[in-house]
Write a protein that binds this ligand. Structure first.
Ligand SMILES: Cc1ncc(COP(=O)(O)O)c(C=O)c1O
Length: 391
């Protein structure tokens, strides 16, 4: 039977970029120990206090259909968090609770792109971006950045690429590069959106993981509130990846329309999960800092391990749970290096090419294992790269 073009075209026909990851998983299944530095998931689980809140909610009966836009209490908590952090007045009407940031990314593109519209994103990119755009019926178009600008888009590229398009998707702190966009980049993004009259979709799921500078939400820039949809999530900030709870924050009119989409797709998020998320947000910043602390520590370990050699260079990692390593001195592609490292050292990292053409010759290392094992793996990666570069 014929399937729709929309569904068969989601991955664009190419590899999904996860080949090294699958190979590592096959090796593990065969009993070969592999150090996995691939996926963006904490080495801790959701805290017992949050799980107790979830359990309390479920056992007290919050297991039926929940309100589609989200519980009023959670919407208010998310709105208060955003207002406090950005200074932009935000109420429950600006918030839709979604099953994770991924569902929010999809809903946001559905909301602002008609079939055939062009939706821009920045390369390197989080692996689902082009597929999400295609799934929403739009046509993905990348702005390819370069290592010399620390993978931040230039003002000229933004202006040029956003002419006549429906939306621009940005992500800061960034996965995969760990880069936090500076004021100049954010101002250029705002200028392009206003000049070319498009929506900004701002993926801020790593907003609690900032190691240098601070996170600025582009929604807070002059003229941006009415044209920005912010994507947020409890996955990274509270180690709640499996709970699937996130949000979209945007103008009330847009949110009320996206609620119609939620009614006809997800039909909301489980009430006990929302109550757990609400409980978690009400614990304040200290909990988020605790969840982020291991990545801050390991990022410092990374910088120490890389000092005193110049084969492996880090893209300045200012945020998120990853470090992007430049391996071009080995003369290999990121893909060839990641495969060779897995075969020789049984260490799995993601080839930069999995995140787009801009990250060729790089690998992304997820800082998601215990400090001593992480440092050991990193030292072995550096030694391996140095041997290759010397050949
Ligand atoms: C940049 C970025 N956006 C969105 C997501 C989706 O996260 P979730 O759906 O778990 O909230 C991820 C997950 O890794 C991510 O890295």
């Amino acid at each position: 039977m014929k399937l729709s073009h929309r569904i068969t075209n989601i991955t664009g026909g190419g590899s999904d970029g996860w080949d090294v990851f699958y190979k590592a998983r096959r090796m593990i299944a065969e009993g070969i120990p592999v150090t996995e530095l691939t996926i963006g998931e904490h080495d801790i689980r959701t805290s017992p206090a949050i799980l107790e809140a979830m359990n309390r909610s479920a056992t007290s009966g919050h297991t039926g259909y929940a309100m589609v836009p989200g519980t009023l209490s959670l919407r208010k908590s998310v709105a208060a968090r955003i207002a406090a952090r950005t200074g932009v007045p935000t109420t429950a009407e600006n918030i839709l609770i979604t099953p994770g940031g991924q569902a929010a990314l999809f809903a946001a593109h559905m909301a602002v792109c008609d079939p055939g519209d062009t939706a821009v994103y920045i390369d390197p990119y989080y692996a689902t971006y082009p597929g999400t755009i295609r799934g929403a019926g739009a046509v993905p178009k990348a702005i390819v950045t370069t290592p010399d600008t620390a993978f931040q888009p230039t003002s000229a590229a933004l202006q040029e690429a956003t002419k006549g398009v429906a939306s621009l998707l940005v992500n800061t702190p960034n996965n995969p590069t760990g880069v936090v966009y500076g004021q100049e980049t954010l101002a250029a993004i705002a200028r392009a959106c206003i000049a070319n009259d498009l929506w900004l979709i701002s993926d801020e799921v790593y907003d609690t993981q900032v190691w240098e500078g601070h996170h600025v939400s582009p929604r807070s820039l002059p003229g941006m509130e009415e044209r920005t949809l912010v994507v947020g999530s409890m996955s990274k900030s509270h180690a709640m990846t499996g709970s699937r709870v996130g949000w979209i924050c945007g103008p009330a009119e847009a949110i009320s329309r996206i609620i119609n989409l939620a009614t006809h797709t997800t039909y909301g998020v489980a009430g006990f999960i929302q109550d757990a998320a609400d409980f978690a947000l009400k614990q304040g910043d200290a909990v988020e800092e605790e969840v982020a602390a291991p990545f801050r520590r390991r990022r410092a370990l990374t910088m120490q391990a890389l000092a005193g050699q110049n084969v492996v260079r880090a893209v300045p990692a200012q945020g998120a749970m990853y470090v992007m390593l430049d391996l071009r001195a080995t003369g290999m592609s990121g893909d060839a290096f990641a495969n060779a490292l897995l075969d020789a050292e049984h260490i799995a990292v993601m080839p930069g090419e999995s995140f787009g053409a801009a990250a060729a010759g790089h690998v992304r290392v997820a800082m998601t294992i215990a400090d001593d094992q992480y440092l050991d793996a990193l030292n072995r990666l550096i030694a391996f790269a140095s041997e290759l570069a010397a050949q």
